[in-house]
Design a protein around this ligand. Structure first.
Ligand code: SAM
Ligand code: SF4
Length: 454
């Protein structure tokens, strides 16, 4: 029996793609191994969003080279770096056997067989930028025992944010037909999944036969599904219909990740984000009015070319005024093929020390805000969808609140149940608590494979 090992870098899209790779490899008799030293095939599923991510993958590649030499394992690079570098990567890394892009996952069995049998080195990075693209279908069997799963609803991105390499590595937007999405969700529910996160680079520009708001409403109606989440969104597509879906359907979980990137209109213009801070705040206010208590998180880039101290202060002010539950903040990293990467010097490159100092100032403020929000939960009851034992302390249970806060707690609720938990300790990264009640248990019988709302 052959074994494979996948090392995944980057976002949920990559995590999900790695699962699909595993399922494709199973069709030619490969089984997973947690130990790269035992693998016959090692795949690095890569991220190109920032230079650091690329550096990490290059150093990992060096480590796996030794295993290749010892065992004769095949070595492959997949994901965004593969798509960005294409066949050039085979020339740069002479011990690499296979390079394949995100659209070639379905062809993986054929590619691996060619490399293994014909002893050739292969680069497969063609895009399928059309409705002919067939989304790899998740095998519900590999989700058995899981409470929460990702479901792909679209691929690619048609936006042109000047800092971002994604349109170059993931191609044009293609939406997955809504019936296919609903079938996959229904199949996951039959094996016990109760929460799904719909994923894509810009999910609210979804066009798979119905609007994204309608897709969320329909997914929320699938038998057995208790919570629906999604990621990630561009503020300019945050429609009234989507906000209204939050008002109407409590199963759409009250958490919105809405990347703002900067609090300065001048920087947003150079970023080509096509909204102003005022327009962003207006959307957020409408959303909060529709679903009071909704958790809001964001992404921010500091040190974007030309960012002045005043621009940066505007980002600090925005952070204070919105009171994000959490934010993911990064220093600007110039990327190949991007406008900001090319124009960095012309717009005014921000020195590295200034970028790092700004990041630290921003993160200090966010830590204080997140700690304040967490402390506000002390002594209160929250509803937790239980995912299983705690990873840090197996005597405790682990789950998430509707707002996507992680909770470790003393209790007995089984995976898939919803429990009421009294919060006894609170920090920005995790909550601790004690179970006070079990709200509901997961369904006992396997659910019929039907879509109630389609
Ligand atoms: N589609 C999402 C959106 O529109 O905001 C973003 C997806 S991107 C994979 C995740 C985050 O990485 C972005 O929101 C941005 O903050 C960050 N990012 C992207 N390119 C970057 C760059 N060149 N340097 C630093 N951070 C970057
Ligand atoms: Fe990148 Fe997101 Fe902009 Fe698309 S919308 S180009 S993925 S930052």
């Amino acid at each position: 029996m052959k074994r494979y090992f996948v090392h995944t870098f980057g976002c949920q899209m990559n995590v999900n793609d790695s699962l699909r790779m595993g399922e494709a490899l199973a069709t030619i008799g490969y089984r997973p191994t947690p130990a790269p030293e035992q693998a016959d095939l090692i795949i690095l599923n890569t991220c190109a969003i920032r230079e650091k991510a690329e550096d990490k993958m290059l150093s990992a590649l060096g480590r796996y080279r030794a295993i290749k030499t010892q065992r004769g394992a095949l070595l492959a690079v997949a994901g965004c770096v593969a798509q960005q570098e294409k066949a050039k990567l085979l020339a740069r890394v002479p011990y690499l056997d296979l390079v394949f892009g995100p659209d070639a996952i379905g062809k993986l069995p054929e590619l691996v067989s060619r490399v293994a049998q014909d002893r050739v080195r292969v680069a497969e990075t063609a895009w399928i930028d059309s409705e002919e693209y067939v989304f790899p279908r998740a095998d519900p069997g590999s989700s058995a025992g899981k409470v929460s799963e990702f479901v792909t609803v679209m691929k690619g991105c048609d936006n042109v944010c000047s800092f971002c390499v994604v349109p170059h590595t993931r191609g044009r937007e293609v939406s997955r037909p809504f019936v296919e999405v609903l079938e996959e969700v229904a199949a996951l529910a039959t094996v016990g999944v109760r929460e799904v996160t719909l994923i894509g680079q810009n999910v609210n520009s979804y066009r798979g036969g119905i609007s994204f708001a309608d897709l969320l409403l329909r997914v929320a109606q699938v038998s057995g599904i208790e919570r629906v989440r999604f990621t990630t969104s561009h503020p300019h597509d945050l429609s009234d219909a989507l906000i209204d879906a939050f008002r109407r359907e409590r199963r759409i979980a009250p958490h919105f990740h809405l990347p703002v990137q900067s609090g300065s209109d001048a920087v947003l213009r150079r970023m080509r984000r096509d909204y102003t801070v005022a327009a962003y705040l207006e959307r957020l206010a409408t959303l909060r009015e529709a679903r009071p208590g909704i958790a809001v998180t964001t992404d921010i880039i500091v040190g974007f070319p030309g960012e002045t101290e005043d621009d940066f202060r505007a980002t600090l002010e925005l952070t204070e005024s919105v009171r994000y539950d959490n934010q993911f903040s990064f220093v600007f990293s110039p990327r190949p093929h991007t406008v900001a990467g090319i124009k960095e010097e012309e717009w005014g490159s921000v020195p590295h020390e200034v970028k790092v100092e700004r990041l630290e100032r921003l993160q200090t403020i966010q830590r204080r805000i997140s700690a304040g929000i967490a402390e506000g939960l002390l002594g209160r009851d929250v509803e937790v969808l239980v995912e299983g034992p705690s990873r840090t302390d197996p005597s405790r249970r682990f789950g998430r609140t509707p707002e996507n806060r992680t909770v470790n707690f003393e209790g007995r609720a089984p995976a898939g149940a919803r429990a009421r938990v009294r919060i006894t300790r609170a920090s920005p990264s995790a909550l601790l608590g004690v179970e006070s009640d079990i709200v509901d248990l997961p369904p006992i019988e396997p659910l019929p494979r039907r879509i109630e709302a389609a």
